[in-house]
Ligand binder design. Structure first.
Ligand code: FE2
Ligand code: FE2
Length: 306
């Protein structure tokens, strides 16, 4: 019996559509978790896509060296790299390790040294031949425990989740200083991103990139349903419409899929841990192409209602 939501497309329907990205193609991959040797071995096999852009959607690893390894692998193979942090990049382990905002800034600096775009950079226009201007918006929005049932109060959210599931390791390793809480850090990040996205010209479309899903329906882990509290914020439920998204790219749940909502493809682009990917597949087969073609139809031909 299948438990997927009705709009779940397990077969990456977007790949069947023709791209209009004649000048460059846009690819995405997240949750590389390169602390695992099998993942590193796979990623060494990515072939050059020297005209194309690659979105790295977070959880590349935990340490600065993990991030450097991925960027140095990918930089010669793509014309542009973009990175957003996952929760794993924000972990701090060991005495004296930078924590919270300081860890984030350290990881941003490693990207900036290599010319990799981060949530701290101005949003860049993606070079499409169509008249529509499309910017890629790397976001770092974190989570605020709001992906929970309405009758569970915020104060009880963690107790509720751990009654029937594991405690997320973020509670041990993801520090939030100098913010008052992870919720407060999330709120500050959303305030900033909301202001920047709202300032875009009305006719500019976006590709919204965030490690965490923007909608609660996509924080869907069939075996760990209560893990959703560590997966995003309800504040972003309608951002794909408010900010005119042509696609939304995320990871975190390790549930590779293309799911449609309001005519917008939501691309979950995780690789995941070695047991979660088919080791007979090539590295390139895990790169998800983000299709930016004009859209007035769902892949099955249904007219999009706005
Ligand atoms: Fe992950
Ligand atoms: Fe994650």
């Amino acid at each position: 019996m299948k438990h997927w939501p009705e709009n779940f497309r397990e077969d990456f329907a977007a790949k069947r559509l023709r791209s209009d990205n004649a000048m460059a193609r846009l690819f995405a991959l997240s949750d590389l978790h390169v602390s695992h040797a099998a993942n590193r071995a796979l990623l060494e096999g990515i072939t050059p896509h020297t005209d194309d852009w690659l979105i790295l959607g977070g959880d590349l690893g935990e340490t600065p060296d993990h991030l450097r390894w991925v960027l140095d692998q990918m930089a010669p193979k793509f014309s542009r790299l973009l990175w957003v942090p996952g929760n794993h990049e924000l972990w701090s382990m060991g005495e004296g390790a930078p924590r919270g905002q300081a860890k984030y800034e350290l990881m941003v600096s490693i990207c900036s040294e290599r010319g990799v775009l981060t949530p701290e950079d101005p949003y860049e226009l993606f070079p499409t031949p169509t008249p529509t201007s499309t910017v890629i918006a790397p976001l770092f929005l974190l989570y605020d425990y709001s992906f929970r049932p309405a009758d569970v109060e915020r104060e009880r959210a963690i107790a509720w989740a751990t009654e029937d599931g594991p405690m997320c390791a973020d509670e041990t390793y993801l520090y939030f200083e100098p913010h008052a809480s992870r919720d407060a850090w999330c709120r500050a990040r959303c305030d900033d991103a909301e202001a920047r996205l709202s300032a875009l010209p009305e006719d500019t479309r976006t590709v919204l990139v965030n490690h965490f899903p923007l909608r609660a329906e996509h924080a869907y882990l069939p075996l760990l349903p209560r893990f959703s509290i560590w997966c995003g914020t309800s504040r972003t439920e309608d951002w794909h419409l408010r900010f005119r998204a042509r696609a939304v790219v995320f990871g975190h749940c390790h549930m590779r899929s293309t799911r449609w909502r309001d005519g917008v493809p939501f691309e979950e682009v995780s690789l995941g841990y070695p047991k979660q990917w088919n080791q007979t597949r090539t590295a390139d087969s895990f790169l998800r192409e983000i299709i930016l073609g004009p859209r007035d139809r769902e892949p099955d031909g249904t007219a999009i209602r706005r």
